[in-house]
Each structure stands twice: as C-alpha cells, then as structure tokens.
Design a protein around this ligand. Structure first.
Ligand SMILES: *Cc1c(COP(=O)(O)O)cnc(C)c1O
Ligand SMILES: [Zn+2]
Length: 415
C-alpha cells in the first residue's frame, strides 16, 4: 500500500485518512435525503510511489489498495473471467466484443469487491458491525464477507428484493431488516441507524471505499487485456458507483503514468430508472419518479453517486443509453444463448445497450467493447422465467417423448 488522502469531489478539500469517515464534513451540511450525495470523497494516492514500485512482471495490486493487506478478510476472491465473444459481437455487428463476467464472484456479483474492502476497513477500525442498505446484491455480498470475517452484518433491504438474494443474506447469517418501501427508503433508514446506533456504514458512495473496492474490476480488465485499455466499457448503472469505480481504476493508472488514454465509459440504465442518464444527456438533475424495472439492481429514484458518475462519463468522452425491460429480457436470453453466460437483468442491460449502440452507430464496428456483467442470473430466477416456458413433464416412455417432442419446449428453443 502507498499513502493516500481523501479529496472531496464537491469542494476539493483534502483530508487525512484518519480525519474523516464518510462524506466531506463541510459539504455534508448541504445533504438531505432525496438528493444525490454531496461531498463524496475519493482516495488520492501517492502516484509517484505507485509508478516507482509497480512492475508488470510481478504486479502488486496492493499498491492500489486503500486498506493494508494485513486487514483483508479471509474471503477468497480472484480475478473473474475476461474473454472475447465473437458470437455475441456478430449478433450486433461488432467484431471485438468482450465479456467481463463478475457474476462469478463468490456471492455472485461485483458487490463482493466493495464489501471486501469495507470489511477490511472495519477490521482496521475495530468495528464489529457493518450496516448497509441495498437492493440485494450489496447486502448479500456484505453478508458473505462478514460471515468469513466473523463480523455482524445488519442489512436494510426493500421487501421486494428478489428471493434468491434474500435467501443468500439470511443463509450467511446477516440480520436482515425488510423495509416496507423502496431502496431509497432503506438507504435513508440505514443512514439514520448508523448516525444514532453506530457501526460502520457501507452504503454505496457514502463510504468512499465502496468506490475503491469496485475499482479493482477496472485494474483487472487492464491486466487481462494484456495491459491495454479497451476502447469502451459498458456499465449497468443504478447509483453510479460501479461506473465511477471503473473510472477511478483508469484514473489511477493514468495518474501513475501506466496508461495514456481512458476507455470511453458507457452508462446503461433502465428506461424507468434513468436519473443519471437524464443528468448526463441534459446537464440537469432530477430524480427518477417511479424507478420500477425488472432490473432490480439498478432501480433507484435518487442515485447516491449521480455527480461523480456523470463526471466520469463526460471525462472519458463516453455516453449514456437507456433500455426497456423488454429489451433487457431479450438481451438476457441472447447473452445466455450466444455465450453461456447467465446474467441477472441489470447485467444484461449492457447487452441491450450494445444493440442500441449498433442501431445508433455510437461505436465503430471494430472497436474493442467490454460488457461488464455485474451479477449472476441465478440470483433472480423469476425474472428469467418470464421469457421461457417450462416444459410439461412426460411419462418415462419414448412414446410420451415423441408426443411431447412436437410441442415446443421453450420459445425459440431448438432440439
Ligand atoms: C449494484 C449493481 C449494479 C449497479 O451498480 P451501481 O453502483 O449502483 O451503479 C449493476 N448491476 C448489478 C448486478 C448490481 O448488483
Ligand atoms: Zn467538500
């Protein structure tokens, strides 16, 4: 690890690591629930030291980590698969499409990356309880890492969270509070809880190390891509923290003199939950009024990290697209059938976005495009069920098979 300070993304003030925990103390006064967070902190490292010490032959990723490795929890994480899919690219007229499959993290989503670092920070601070509001994945990841680290996880989730995610949290032993309301309600309640009762709050962007945790996916892509920066990375966006985590990775690499260009970041949002998309395309912020979407992981009325997310897209010369639930479900099936990757709806939004990008000619057909698959499809089987038909059971005889064979087993399926 090298030294770092926190820098406020709103007013620019810098703070020693030990002087702050969540938002910038001067800017937080301007925050109230119902608007995006203000005073989100970002970690600014000693990039000269990183440049001096980082060696591609034996890369020490701890140089980029904001928590000393001695505090890291015993939660087995390794690089997730990164591979080219000619078949998926060809489907949409692109020749160089790649998949980063973060659904294959231990708890099934990219959120493991942030939870891992937050629990490391809890170890460093001697905090035994970690608290979070979540649409589901952040909570199941936190519950998993806390289980491995012998910490208590206290979780606030909307009661509508997919069953698979709820089962995960409970099985890992977290204390789960089902909130009658939306993710935004759970977010507000969890902030009130830690303000009064204590514990370390892991809310996305509220704790600056959520961004740092998520940035490891960007570092990994760079390494797995042969130390090259892809032309574009498509990211499914809810609160906008994964997006700014990916941006932070390439920002850090550039600041350390290890790369010279940035990938174009593409924000993919669900049409009904598109506050950040609206902010990027119009320059004006407003909440998403009814963020109902099948892609539960990107359903949010007030994205906590709207300001940094918009900045990340603009600075990378990126852009934003929205996709409908219908397009997401179709994309989920296309992805599964072309690549063997089963993604949850939010993650499949990247594939739906790729189709839109083709239709609008937003990226050239030869560009290297990475789709960030953020969560596993098995987390939300009900969503995937909407587009398939369960075959009826047959008698265990060939005659019965012959009879059923003439009926289709699932829409568009081939035998
Ligand atoms: C959390 C999540 C997202 C969105 O991340 P944000 O940081 O909220 O933008 C996308 N996909 C999946 C599967 C997630 O769990
Ligand atoms: Zn500030």
């Amino acid at each position: 690890m090298v030294e770092f300070v926190y820098k406020c993304s709103t007013c620019g003030k810098r703070y020693q690591r030990g002087a702050v925990r969540y938002l910038c103390p001067s800017c937080v006064r301007n925050y109230r629930p119902g608007i995006p967070l203000v005073g989100v902190l970002t970690a600014e490292f000693d990039y000269t030291a990183i440049r001096r010490q980082f060696k591609k032959v034996k890369p020490d990723w701890n140089l980029f980590s904001a928590v000393e490795s001695k505090f890291h929890p015993p939660y087995a994480m390794k690089a997730t698969p990164f591979f080219r899919s000619e078949a998926l690219g060809a489907e949409f007229g692109f020749s160089n499409v790649w998949i980063k499959n973060d659904g294959l993290n231990p708890s099934g989503s990219l959120k493991d990356r942030a939870s891992f670092l937050i629990v490391a920070e809890a170890n460093r601070l001697g905090e035994n309880t970690v608290v979070a509001a979540s649409t589901g994945n952040a909570a199941s990841a936190l519950a998993a890492v806390c289980a491995a680290a012998d910490k208590r996880a206290l979780i606030f989730v909307p009661e509508s969270a997919p069953k698979g995610k709820l089962v995960q949290m409970l099985l890992y032993g977290a204390r789960v509070v089902l909130v009658k309301g939306s993710y935004d309600d759970a977010f507000r309640l969890s902030l009130e809880y830690t303000a009064v009762k204590g514990g370390l709050n892991r809310n996305t962007a509220y704790h600056p190390l959520t961004i740092e945790g998520k940035k490891t996916v960007g570092l990994e892509i760079w390494q797995q891509n042969g130390w090259r920066v892809p032309d574009a990375i498509i990211v499914p966006v809810g609160d906008g923290v994964i997006l700014s985590g990916v941006a932070k990775a390439f920002h850090d690499l550039k600041a350390a003199g290890l790369i010279s260009k940035l990938p174009r970041l593409v924000c993919a949002q669900a049409e009904n939950s598109s506050a950040i998309h609206h902010y990027i395309t119009t320059g004006k912020y407003r909440n998403a009024r009814h963020p109902a979407t099948i892609a539960d992981s990107i359903s949010v009325s007030t994205p906590s990290n709207a300001h940094l997310a918009r900045k990340a897209v603009l600075e990378s010369n990126g852009f934003s697209v929205t996709v409908t639930d219908e397009e997401i479900l179709a994309a989920q099936q296309t992805l599964a059938r072309r690549t063997g990757v089963f993604a949850e709806p939010a993650a499949a939004a990247t594939v739906a976005a790729l189709k839109k990008i083709q239709a609008r000619k937003l990226l050239g057909p030869q560009k290297q495009i990475v789709l960030l698959i953020t969560g596993h499809g098995l987390k939300d089987v009900d969503a995937a069920m909407t587009n398939i038909q369960m075959p009826a059971a047959i008698e265990p005889t060939l005659a019965s098979f012959e009879k059923s064979h003439n009926c289709s087993t699932s829409k568009g399926a081939r035998l």
